[in-house]
Design a protein around this ligand. Structure first.
Ligand code: G1P
Ligand code: ZN
Length: 555
């Protein structure tokens, strides 16, 4: 019997504006009747689905993931797709979705995730559409989706009963337009094969068998099964080198954000003195972020990007060199120094991975990164947590091959000695009332004309502005991407409001100072940045306007 397609009348919502990375709201908000359906239909209407197209669907396994996937399958069937490819159990990490879209040439994909935000019935949910290059939809699409979502009057859905998404294989259904197939694939295999094609697995295997110890923390999130397959099954690491590797609907009550605050279990292990493992890493809810640690040592994401760029030719996939690099504006200038030395271009884009897509498609850049624990390359069009971990392990494996030792801290110290150190930190103030946060931003902007030339101790303001980005590939312009105070000596303070939060406002303060003097490189970043932190407070009147004295998270 052929399945029926129904058009259901609905009322538009006014708040379906995608943020830095898709639409994110509380689970309970998503559970309002038609809320998810309206948004999915707005996407399908915007991208004009060609007949016979296929769609990749998967998520990070958080609460509501399975339910949302069933809805998307029924709506895809009613909107002209002839195939949906879904990860087994509804699981696919964000970089895996990006890879599957590219490998199976699907007409984009849907990612169900709120990334590093907490999950569970009282937590967050999110949905994001990625285009055919595997990357997040650019602003011109997300804006059109938002416009559609405000005027939508009906959505289309097929009367399919629940489809089995747990058994690998295909289920086919008849529609008025022909067959509709749901193909359930192994969530891990294609991605693990891709990693094996990029990195020197035998060399990493040798390192991991040499007494070198590692600890990877999946934070009860999506990378668990990927980590087990890659580190334990393929690279032969002992079982105890991975932790929290069973995805949980609420991330076991945790906050799956790999930083020094939220990955506290791993941080304790890695800062346990002499007994600490040689290498530690963690990734976030949907597997696109990474944190890299050495024995009693933290690598800032900005430094990590610079080290990867400087050492890229040690990796099989990048042995012939890299075309260029890109970083988000608030990310430190450490990678700029490497690019200069390598004589390759370095692009500065707004916050959000979607701005890297055009540059990668045009072959202008190979490696990209953000200070927010995101790094990746043109192997996919998303940031990729496990890729970064493997990149580091591959660099360490090459060091072990050539010198018999492999130390993260040593690599960083040598890097700083060569290029100087961009001392860096980000201070987040979460859950501020929106009005107070806007007041702070306005107060800073109101000083734009008077600040240049003013001195704060040794720091003299050179310029200040709101960062705008001109995309050299498609000509688009993005304004208001962060408020920058730039000092004469190259130091800077950036203020920016988060575009991914779901409660109140999050104010981010990004601090950076350049330190060429090797004798100062051992200093703790907070100590080295103390004066800039004080200036940031003075310029923003943050405490006066929000009642907050200390950041919620320091990275
Ligand atoms: C944050 C990060 C940004 C990242 C995004 C998605 O966005 O700052 O770099 O691309 O999450 O992971 P924000 O909350 O700052 O808008
Ligand atoms: Zn994420």
């Amino acid at each position: 019997m052929s399945m029926q397609i129904h058009s259901i009348f609905t009322q538009a919502f006014n708040d379906q504006k995608p943020g830095t990375s898709g639409l994110r709201k509380k689970v309970k908000w998503f559970q309002q009747p038609n809320y998810l359906e309206n948004f999915v239909q707005s996407i399908f209407d915007t991208v004009a689905v060609p007949a016979g197209a296929s769609l990749t669907v998967g998520g990070d396994g958080r609460y509501y993931n399975r339910h949302a996937i069933q809805i998307i399958i029924r709506m895809a069937a009613a909107n002209g797709f002839s195939r949906v490819i879904v990860g087994q159990g509804g699981i696919l990490s964000t970089p895996a979705v990006s890879h599957i879209i590219r490998q199976y040439k699907t007409f984009g994909g849907m990612i169900l995730s709120a990334s590093h935000n907490p999950g569970g019935i009282d937590g967050d949910f999110g949905i994001k559409y990625n285009i055919q290059n595997g990357g997040s939809a650019p602003e011109k699409i997300t804006e059109a989706v938002y416009a559609k979502s405000k005027t939508i009057t009906q959505y289309r859905v097929a009367d399919l009963t629940e489809v089995d998404i747990d058994t690998i294989g295909e289920s086919s259904f008849e529609t008025a337009n022909g067959a509709f197939t749901v193909q359930v694939i192994d969530a891990v295999e294609d991605y693990a094969n891709l990693m094996e094609s990029l990195f020197d697995f035998p060399a990493i295997k040798t390192l991991l068998n040499s007494g070198f110890s590692m600890k990877f923390d999946a934070m009860h999130a999506v990378t668990g099964p990927y980590a087990r397959e890659i580190f334990v099954n393929r690279l032969g690491a002992p079982e105890n080198s991975i932790m929290n590797c069973v995805p949980s609907e609420d991330f076991a009550g945790g906050h799956p954000d790999p930083n020094l605050t939220y990955a506290e279990d791993l941080v304790k292990i890695m800062f346990a003195g002499e007994s600490a493992p040689d290498f530690g890493a963690a990734s976030d809810g949907d597997g696109d972020r990474n944190m890299i640690l050495g024995k009693n040592f933290f690598v800032t994401p900005s430094d990590s990007l610079a080290v990867l760029a400087a050492n890229a030719t040690l990796i099989p996939a990048y042995a012939n060199g890299i075309a260029g690099v890109a970083r988000s504006m608030p990310t430190s200038g450490a990678v700029d120094r490497v690019a200069q030395q390598l004589n390759i271009p370095c692009y500065e884009t707004p916050t959000g991975w979607k701005f890297f897509g055009n540059l990668m498609d045009a072959g202008k850049v190979t490696l990209c990164g953000e200070e927010s624990f995101g790094t990746s390359s043109n192997h996919v069009r998303e940031k990729d947590g496990l890729w970064a971990v493997l990149f580091w392990l591959n660099i360490l494996a090459r060091h072990y091959q050539s010198s018999g030792t492999a130390s993260v801290q040593e690599i960083l110290m040598k890097h700083w000695a060569t290029y100087g150190r961009n001392v860096y930190s980000r201070h987040d103030f979460e859950g501020i009332p929106i009005e107070a946060a806007n007041n702070v931003m306005q107060h800073i902007k109101a000083q734009f004309s008077s600040l240049p030339g003013q001195s704060f101790g040794d720091y003299v303001v050179k310029t200040c502005d709101d960062f705008s980005y001109h995309d050299s590939i498609d000509g688009s312009v993005s304004h208001n991407q962060g408020t920058r105070i730039l000092f004469e000596d190259g130091s800077r303070i950036v203020f920016r409001l988060s575009g991914t939060g779901t409660e109140g406002a999050t104010l981010r303060i990004y601090l950076e100072a350049f330190e060429p003097d090797t004798t100062q490189h051992h200093l703790d970043a907070q100590e080295a940045l103390a004066k800039l932190i004080e200036i940031a407070g003075q310029l923003s009147l943050l405490t006066e306007k929000t009642g907050r004295f200390t950041p919620t998270v320091i990275t």
